[in-house]
Ligand binder design. Structure first.
Ligand code: HEM
Length: 419
């Protein structure tokens, strides 16, 4: 029995060696990140979090699990890995498919390509600031999570299908955006049916009954994206607008092509991958800054000393602000947009991770939140202290495990939008 073998090799709670229920309960209730953290605090750097799943909390584990030489496949229970039909980068079922798509899409994220996007993004940032000024003049309370989300979705929609969702203008979520949050929750429930195979059909049946409106709305949101992509494609195939469609068209070749279904599937994925993560990071960062006035003041001072007007703020000029960089690093540590481990599966025959054998078919991951909030890895791990990222400023952080921080993951399936 592989489950029992894992229990004899690695520490973890007894119940977690025979049942996935504690893990599943934490996952569906949105507490999995803190549950995994508490298990690591109790059992150390490697812990068995479910009968066939291990969690690793070290820098070397990033290389052993996600690195270019290993790159274990994604766990199809967690990711909706495409079995047939069109896939996108995140759920590509084989390395070949993933490599082909990534080859076509990667240059859309090069420095040169991003330069073309700069003025479009600046337009949305200016619109955000203008709207916030209006709200401030009216002394209205604003929910910045919403406003950041309006901005990132509007921008990504314009990039992907050439048309803003007008969230900033309308000051509300476009139904497509609201649907994305629901979809993420549905995804959790659907993945439970895959984890607990005995209950697979009952879970699916109950979910489709209880959440039938959500399933319907989700299907509508997919067809919304597809119709937008079709409109964009029909508009002008060889557009000079440097957007996603123009980029893909310019990269299609006999050696590497994406089918129309793959183009649509990647479009849907990119909008979510680029918006929700960025808005979440900005929201976390803002909250943390407002909670620590001395950090906020130091950041404001760095920015005001450097720029006379907002027009001087460009991709190039912000790249050289050490304290801003430290604030963002620390925000990604305290508030990682993808807090869970992104599970991979050890191939048949097993593998060596951290110098020790792991049986084949075991799910393995490095959890972001649990790793970054560990007091054994970062000094005063629960405090927002950007100074820890400033070289030579503070000896008290010399013991920090800085290379453990990889909020964009690592290896060939790491984030394409990191830049
Ligand atoms: C703070 C912002 C972001 C964070 C924290 C983040 C994090 C991540 C992580 C952890 C992964 C790896 C998932 C896995 O291991 O399965 C990933 C993948 C990906 N991200 Fe991001 N991301 C961010 C922003 C963006 C943006 C702005 C874009 C695009 C505009 C983007 C596009 C992608 C793509 C395409 C992948 C899939 C890469 C592949 O499988 O080859 N991300 N991201």
């Amino acid at each position: 029995m592989p489950m029992l073998k894992l229990a004899t090799l690695y520490p973890g709670p007894v119940l977690a060696s025979i049942s996935r229920l504690p893990h599943a309960g934490a996952y569906v209730s949105g507490r999995l990140h803190t549950y995994v953290r508490s298990l690591h605090e109790q059992y150390g750097d490697v812990v068995r979090i479910a009968p066939d799943e291990l969690s690793f909390r070290t820098e070397q584990a990033w290389k052993d699990i996600y690195g270019f030489s290993t790159n274990f496949p994604k766990d199809p229970r967690f990711f909706n890995v495409a079995k047939s039909g069109a896939s996108n980068l995140a759920v590509a079922p084989t390395d070949d498919i993933h490599y082909r798509q990534r080859r076509i899409l990667a240059s859309a994220f090069s420095d040169a390509a991003l330069k073309y996007q700069e003025h479009i993004l600046q337009g949305y940032v200016d619109a955000l600031i203008k709207r916030l000024h209006e709200k401030a003049r009216m002394k209205s309370t604003v929910d910045l999570v919403e406003w950041y989300t309006y901005t990132t979705f509007d921008f990504m929609a314009e990039y992907v299908y050439g048309e803003s969702l007008s969230c900033l203008e309308d000051a509300r979520y476009h139904p497509f955006v609201a649907m994305q949050f629901v979809s993420l929750k549905l995804w959790t429930i659907i993945s439970m049916s895959k984890y607990i195979s005995l209950l697979s059909y009952p879970i699916k049946a109950i979910a489709s009954f209880l959440y039938r409106d959500l399933f319907r709305a989700r299907a509508e949101s997919v067809s919304f994206t597809y119709s937008k992509i079709a409109q964009r494609m029909a508009r002008d195939q060889n557009s000079s607008t440097p957007d996603y469609i123009a980029h893909v068209n310019s990269k299609q070749s006999l050696k590497a092509r994406m089918s129309e279904d793959e183009i649509r599937s990647n479009a849907t994925f990119l909008i979510i991958a680029g918006s929700e993560t960025t808005a979440t990071t900005l929201s976390g960062c803002t909250f943390l800054l407002l909670d620590r006035p001395e950090t906020y003041r130091r950041l404001v001072s760095e920015i005001r000393l450097r720029f006379q007007s907002s027009s001087e703020i460009t991709f190039a000029s912000v790249a050289d602000l050490p304290y801003l960089d430290a604030v963002l690093q620390e925000s990604l540590r305290m508030y990682p947009a993808t807090p869970l481990g992104m599970p991979r599966v050890v191939p048949e025959g097993g593998a060596t991770i951290l110098g020790k054998f792991v049986p084949g078919k075991t799910a393995v991951s490095v959890p972001h939140y649990a790793s970054y909030r560990s007091p054994t890895k970062f000094t005063q791990a629960d405090r927002f202290l950007p100074e820890r990222w400033l070289k030579g400023e503070n000896d008290q952080f010399a013991g920090d495990n800085r290379d453990l921080l990889r909020p964009f993951s690592d290896g060939p399936r790491g984030c394409l939008g990191q830049r």
